[in-house]
Write a protein that binds this ligand. Structure first.
Ligand code: ATP
Ligand code: MG
Length: 441
């Protein structure tokens, strides 16, 4: 290790950046995706600085395989966009370039400087974070010390700006700067802190935990679409049950799923068992590289609400299916205010709910139609979970499981939770480009 000769000016804490030479860390290029390496080398050959940063470096140092690779550079977004045909600029509050390689997306960000005063709201929230700077100022803008480690493609060294390596050793989530201020700037950092704690088996530093109220009090101002993204990272990345516990511990679950939080606070035991069984199941599927669907998670989290509401509606001369459909509308509309789930994922949730009602009364031809439904297998998985926690469903579980087992299994492949079913989006884009149309941005 050697200390950088240039002193670090803007550091909120006194920490000399430390460079760990190639021979002194365990990151090898073999562990980095070909796509990420391509982007790093291309930037370098064009004369730009290019670093792997964030989860890519953190997880490799921990001996885990990263979910995705993020790159930081001194190239401006327009310059990055110009270098890669397969790229698009996204975001407004925080502009990023996505370089798209089939299913893999490499996120490239330009070194940031602290936001200008006019970009900060009176309540401390950062409205726009597109002020560019150098690597040192960029490191200071990142959230946690473990996320401010930079792997340099020029010499394969790692630079640690805020004691990230020590935090890894201590298994601590430590903020760069004052936690209260950092939560106020962006309350989503509260959810991120808990997510990393759950994923890595780390703990929040005491001051980061104590200041969580600054995130708690401000999360309602965050757009529900962003909270949806964050919720799916929490629950569908293979550490769902640990994330639930972390959210309960930090008292932030109500900001994402208020009715789930309420039922858990009220000690509804069967409900808790059902939610946990769903998450254990989801975590296992991720481990096995099988697909996990946001719709299934929503179906589970909101099932008790839908059932209660449907029970209120049904006596008014409705069929059970009609009652479930009306209840689904109401419950999903309420939930959307917190986490806005896209329609293409709420529809599968509705299908799973309605199939529960249809299975309850089906005979003869109707059974065939249920079995042909694209969500039938998911509906039976759902029924299994209901059964496992002792819910009084009144259905012949064995009968439906046997029917589901006769359907050939879908091929196993890794999916991003935000992929659509057929994974058509990247293909459509490249077709459009071939026809000379502008890539949608
Ligand atoms: P993972 O990809 O495993 O979820 P990550 O740390 O890579 O974890 P990303 O959301 O991919 O998280 O972000 C990449 C990096 O960008 C982070 O490591 C962090 O340095 C920085 N970052 C992301 N979101 C924020 C934020 N809200 N505030 C400050 N820095 C952030
Ligand atoms: Mg990442």
């Amino acid at each position: 290790m050697r200390a950088l000769s240039k002193p670090f000016k803007r550091a909120p804490e006194v920490h000399a950046p430390v460079v760990i030479e190639r021979s002194e860390h365990n990151i090898s290029r073999k562990q980095i995706s070909t796509a990420a390496l391509k982007v790093l080398y291309r930037l370098k050959s064009e004369g730009f600085d290019a670093y792997l940063v964030g989860g890519g470096v953190r997880d490799l140092l921990l001996g885990e395989s990263p979910k995705d690779f993020d790159i930081a550079t001194n190239a401006k977004p327009e310059q990055v966009r110009g270098l890669f045909k397969n790229s698009r600029m996204i975001g407004r509050r925080f502009v990023i370039v996505h370089v798209v390689f089939g299913r893999e997306i490499i996120e490239v960000t330009t070194f940031r400087a602290p936001p200008r005063p006019r970009d900060i709201d009176p309540d401390g929230r950062i409205r726009s974070d597109n002020n560019y700077g150098d690597i040192a100022s960029d490191a200071a803008r990142r959230d946690f010390s473990i996320n401010a480690l930079y792997y340099n493609i020029a010499d394969f060294s790692v630079t640690d700006f805020f004691g990230g390596l020590q935090a890894i050793k201590d298994k601590k989530i430590r903020f760069i700067g004052d936690p209260a201020t950092r939560y106020q700037e962006d309350p989503v950092r509260g959810l991120r802190a808990l997510r990393f704690a759950a994923k890595l088996g780390f703990e929040l530093d005491d001051d980061a935990f104590e200041a969580l109220s600054f995130a708690r009090d401000n999360l309602e101002q965050i757009p529900a679409a962003r909270l949806y993204e964050e919720a799916m990272k929490l629950f569908l990345s293979g550490h769902g049950e640990a994330s639930l516990d972390a959210l309960l511990d930090g008292d932030l679950l109500f900001t994402l799923f208020p009715t789930v939080d309420e039922r858990l606070q009220d000690h509804e035991e069967q409900f808790e068992a059902f939610i946990r069984a769903t998450l254990v199941n989801t975590d296992q599927r991720v481990q096995e590289g099988r697909s996990v669907q946001p719709g299934f998670l929503f179906a589970a989290f909101l099932w008790a609400d839908v059932k209660d509401r449907a029970d209120d509606i049904a006596p008014g001369g409705h069929t059970q299916v009609q009652a479930v459909l009306s209840a689904a509308d109401i419950i999903l509309a309420q939930q959307t205010k917190y986490t806005a789930c896209p329609k293409r994922f709420t529809q599968p949730a509705i299908d799973v709910w309605v199939l529960q009602a249809r299975m309850a009364t089906a005979r003869g031809k109707r059974v065939e139609r249920i079995v042909e439904h694209p969500k039938f297998r998911a509906a039976v998985d759902f029924l299994k979970l209901r059964d496992a926690v002792g819910e009084d469903h009144g259905l012949d579980l064995q009968y439906w499981v046997e029917l589901a087992d006769q359907i050939p299994p879908a091929p196993v492949r890794q999916r991003r939770f935000d992929d659509d079913e057929q994974g058509e989006r990247p293909r459509r884009r490249s077709n459009q480009r071939r026809r000379g149309k502008k890539t949608p941005e």
